[in-house]
Ligand binder design. Structure first.
Ligand code: ATP
Length: 293
């Protein structure tokens, strides 16, 4: 498989917030979920790699070509869904489309009509009167109507009901069936990723904490529950995070065999993506406290 996007050493600052040395890559035939809590830096990363905001340093290559040199050619191959959409509210969808479509060399009127119908969108309706879900569907229709090789979406599912979210996931799966394509989307709704993501990238405080195959990530981590008596300095170190309650503790580990050797009477469960994400974020917070003292 070859790389569809390669980001290396990306830096960008906004006052107190910085994207610090962001590096990651996306392979073709993979849906990659970009996860992180509010304010982690997802939107800033996406806007920076698309050249919508300037970066302090870093290289960005789409389809092995440098974004600095080939921006126009590369953007022709990317379907973009951003949270604000950048539409003119006073226009109808048909009018807006007639402004946007000439920008794409491989625009397909047929694909456009198919998706408008599939989403039950009326081209004559004014953009100002679209609900949040309709707006997202219209954005997605545009992104899917120019034979893009990569879809990049910023929080496409936030604020949408479960029915539309599951429709969107089905569309992404259909899109990938063509082969040689890629999808990169940010979200904090990790349950959407259970269904479709192949790869996961976690960003926190502007830094990438992991970039992993989703199944591998879940297979190599376990949620452990047990009695607090089993916790001591040595066993605590086997966990990314530990939550203590009056009944016991729960924590995420990637060292299951050591936990089993050193702790008894424990419950071992398969973690969710959210459990693992919180584990890494709490581990990072703990390490930051240690290094700042
Ligand atoms: N134009 C801007 N000017 C100043 N600060 C900004 C700007 N855009 C983003 N930031 C700051 O950068 C940080 C990261 O924001 P960003 O929108 O990238 O996070 P996010 O992970 O997408 O969050 P959310 O899930 O809430 O959308 C925040 O602290 C935010 O206040």
């Amino acid at each position: 498989m070859s790389n569809i996007l390669e980001v290396t050493g990306l830096n960008k600052s906004y006052g107190d917030f910085s994207l610090s040395d962001i590096s990651f890559s996306l392979e073709e035939d993979c849906i990659t979920g970009f996860i992180g809590v509010n304010g982690a830096g997802k939107t800033t990363t996406i806007r920076t790699i698309l050249g919508l905001v300037t970066r302090a340093s870093g290289t960005i290559k789409f389809f092995r070509k440098d974004m600095n040199k080939y921006e126009q050619e590369l953007k022709d191959r990317i379907g973009i869904v951003l949270d604000d959409g950048g539409f003119y509210d006073e226009l109808s969808m048909a009018e807006m489309t007639s402004i946007i479509s000439p920008a794409y060399s491989r625009w397909s009127e047929q694909d456009y009509k198919t998706f408008m119908e599939r989403f039950s969108l009326n081209p004559r309706q004014k953009i100002a009167t679209l609900s949040k879900g309709m707006r997202m569907k219209y954005s997605l229709t545009l992104a899917l109507s120019h034979q893009a090789d990569l879809l990049i979406m910023d929080e496409p599912t936030s604020g949408l009901d479960p029915l539309i979210r599951s429709q969107l996931m089905e569309i992404l799966k259909d899109y990938m069936k063509q082969g040689g394509k890629g999808v990169f989307f940010s979200t904090h709704i990790t349950s959407d990723l259970d269904k479709v993501a192949d790869m996961l990238i976690l960003i926190n405080n502007g830094r990438i904490l992991f970039e992993e195959d989703k199944d591998m990530l879940i297979d190599t981590h376990r949620l452990i529950k047990g009695d607090i008596k089993g916790l001591n300095d040595e066993t605590r170190n086997l966990f990314l995070n530990i939550q203590e309650t009056e009944f016991g503790f729960s924590g995420i580990t990637n060292q299951l065999s050591k936990v089993q050797k050193n702790m008894h009477d424990i419950l071992i469960e398969r973690p969710t993506i959210e459990d693992i994400m919180l584990g890494y974020m709490e581990e990072e917070a703990k390490n930051n406290v240690i290094t700042s003292h």
